[in-house]
Design a protein around this ligand. Structure first.
Ligand code: ATP
Ligand code: MG
Length: 554
């Protein structure tokens, strides 16, 4: 198109060509999760890619549960997947599908192959089939059952379906080429006998189709045009093509592979996440330390920032790893203008302003977000006793410490200048209280320009403070390590730090679940959807304010 400036990814280029050449006259994509666990950030990539393409080309995006293997699948997973896909904003229309809805079509397809002489019932054991298959260097050997007549195959397959044979005693195989350099093409098994109760079809079937046979049929039945999957299926594509060709679909779908999303030093992969959940290393699938979609949601990450991250990380044919810092950058970018900025003291000590009248409270008008006027302002109470962060006072300051220490003057954010005069310690030598005096002339917004101070600290009025718990998260794997050891010996002891005695501005007494905030100097936070109560709010840190990631300049 003329004037086109945005470069298209390789999948868009394929689609453009297909539409131009009339291979397809529309675009239908799908996301086919197996409901055997919760979705993670890698799946989000696939969801947003597929639904995004459908939207871009005015096509359709299907959500289909790939439930052809009954052993590991659960309704709990189906429900969580539905919630996650909706939350990401992927539009799958009014309905979603189950691969198991097509078991009849798959059975009919198998019969069709048999009738064409392209499939046969084989009595070799699983071990024998493996042995006959050959290796990358050696061709396979033909099964002695390969040349059964069509009639015999039709009869045996029907009896397989009717439950006349033991589990595993027979299989149906595609008749392709035992000498193919691609092992997937050496007469792959397409149906097996297994007496399993299916979550959707119950005990109706005792034969189940294999993935490589079922998947192309599912796609074709739904009218999918571009069946986008990850690179590990590249070697399966010839079989995919064989199935849709032999079954003579009018508009055979096309498989396209792209590279999975990997995050550096972060545990992705359903299997690995499941193990952490089962071993109790984390507190369920939505523990905010995980990168499941439900964990990211619970932590407070926005779908917008996940979308931005996927756009930045791109779609590629070559494997690479992305950096968590890039997702964190996207979260900050997304929340920068949206979030109210408020004061919260996470590790409090008292600050007493000795020369401030004891019975006085001022209400200071404070902007909610200096960069976004639309968020308005709020009134924050200020009085003689405040809370400040423990680390904002030092008895003996190191060089370049500009916060409170005896004799030093700092600015209390949005309020007055105060000068530290004294402090109190408990019997263990811990500072429990800091004393200071304030200068009434220095009120923020009063135009005072008499003195400059180098340090500004935040504070919360003690009289009206809200008590809260704040959870601070770090990566599960200790810094410097790439993978979590089998014995969990390099689990980061600080992956979750729970601060139970936090003091927040009174404005936090009635926050809505789901609202995100910036706690000044601390980062972005969100109410925990599980453990927070009206009486005692619990906040999760979504991301700190510090950034090590800078996007590349174009
Ligand atoms: P995992 O690799 O975590 O075990 P999976 O591939 O077994 O996941 P499925 O439910 O089979 O999980 O995947 C559904 C879809 O999501 C597939 O099309 C798969 O290719 C895609 N997908 C899975 N992981 C990633 C990832 N890291 N990046 C992009 N797409 C992914
Ligand atoms: Mg899988």
């Amino acid at each position: 198109m003329e004037g086109e400036v945005i470069s298209k990814n390789f999948i868009e280029q394929i689609i453009d060509k297909d539409l131009e050449e009339g291979t397809y006259n529309k675009v239908v994509t799908r996301f086919p999760p197996e409901p055997n666990g919760y979705l993670h950030i890698g799946h989000a990539k696939s969801i947003l890619l597929n639904s995004g393409l459908a939207k871009e080309y005015g096509g359709k995006f299907n959500l289909r549960f790939d439930d052809t293997n009954p052993t590991k699948e659960k309704t709990e997973y189906v429900e969580s997947i539905l919630e996650d896909v909706k939350w990401l904003g992927a539009d799958f229309g009014v309905d979603y599908y189950y691969a198991s809805d097509y078991f009849d079509a798959m059975y009919e397809s198998a019969v069709k192959l048999i009738k064409k002489g392209k499939a046969y019932v084989c009595d070799l054991t699983a071990d024998e089939i493996r042995e006959y298959r050959g290796t990358l260097k050696e061709p396979g050997k033909e099964s002695p059952y390969r040349n059964r007549s069509i009639e015999e195959n039709l009869d045996l397959f029907e009896r397989m379906k009717n439950g006349e044979f033991e589990d595993g005693s027979k299989v149906l195989r595609a008749k392709i080429d035992m000498a193919s350099p691609n092992i997937n093409m050496r007469d792959p098994v397409i149906y097996r006998i297994a007496r399993m109760t299916h979550h959707n079809t119950g005990d109706k079937w005792c034969i189940y189709p294999m993935y490589d046979f079922a998947h192309p049929i599912e796609d074709a039945v739904e009218g999918v045009t571009h069946s986008i999957c990850t690179l590990e299926f590249e070697d399966h594509r010839p079989l995919y093509d064989w199935v849709v060709r032999e079954l003579e679909f009018e508009y055979p779908p096309k498989q396209i592979e792209f590279a999975k999303l990997y995050l550096q030093n972060v545990i992705t992969g359903k299997r690995y996440i499941k193990k952490l959940v089962e071993d109790g290393v984390v507190d369920g699938w939505d523990d905010p330390r995980l990168v499941t979609i439900s964990a990211l949601r619970r932590k407070g990450v926005t779908p917008e920032s996940i979308r931005m991250f996927m756009e930045l990380s791109g779609v590629s044919k070559a494997n690479s790893t992305s950096d968590m810092a890039m997702l964190e950058y996207c979260i900050r970018e997304d929340l920068k203008m949206k979030a109210r900025r408020m004061m919260a003291v996470i590790d409090p000590i008292k600050l007493v302003i000795d020369n401030y009248p004891e019975d006085q409270t001022e209400l200071l008008e404070i902007e909610n977000n200096q960069e976004n006027e639309e968020l308005g302002s709020r009134k924050v109470s200020f009085s003689r006793e405040l809370y400040i962060e423990r680390e904002d006072f030092m008895e003996v300051p190191p060089k370049k410490y500009f916060r409170l220490f005896p004799g030093n003057e700092v600015r209390l954010k949005n309020a007055y200048f105060v000068t530290c005069t004294d402090f109190v310690k408990d019997e263990n030598g811990n500072v429990t209280e800091v004393h200071c005096t304030y200068d009434p002339a220095t009120k923020s917004g009063s135009g005072f320009e008499g003195r400059k101070v180098k340090g500004t600290i935040h504070w919360v009025d003690a009289g009206t403070a809200v008590d809260a718990t704040v959870r601070l998260y770090e990566n599960l794997i200790s810094e410097g390590d790439e993978v979590l050891k089998e014995d969990y010996s390099n689990l980061n002891p600080n992956s979750l730090v729970e601060m139970k005695n936090c003091k927040l501005e009174a404005a936090f007494s009635d926050v809505e679940p789901g609202e995100r905030f910036q706690f000044l100097r601390h980062g972005y936070f969100c109410i925990d959807s599980k453990d927070s109560t009206k009486e005692h709010p619990v906040f999760n840190r979504i991301v700190s304010l510090k950034s090590s990631y800078r996007p590349k300049k174009d």
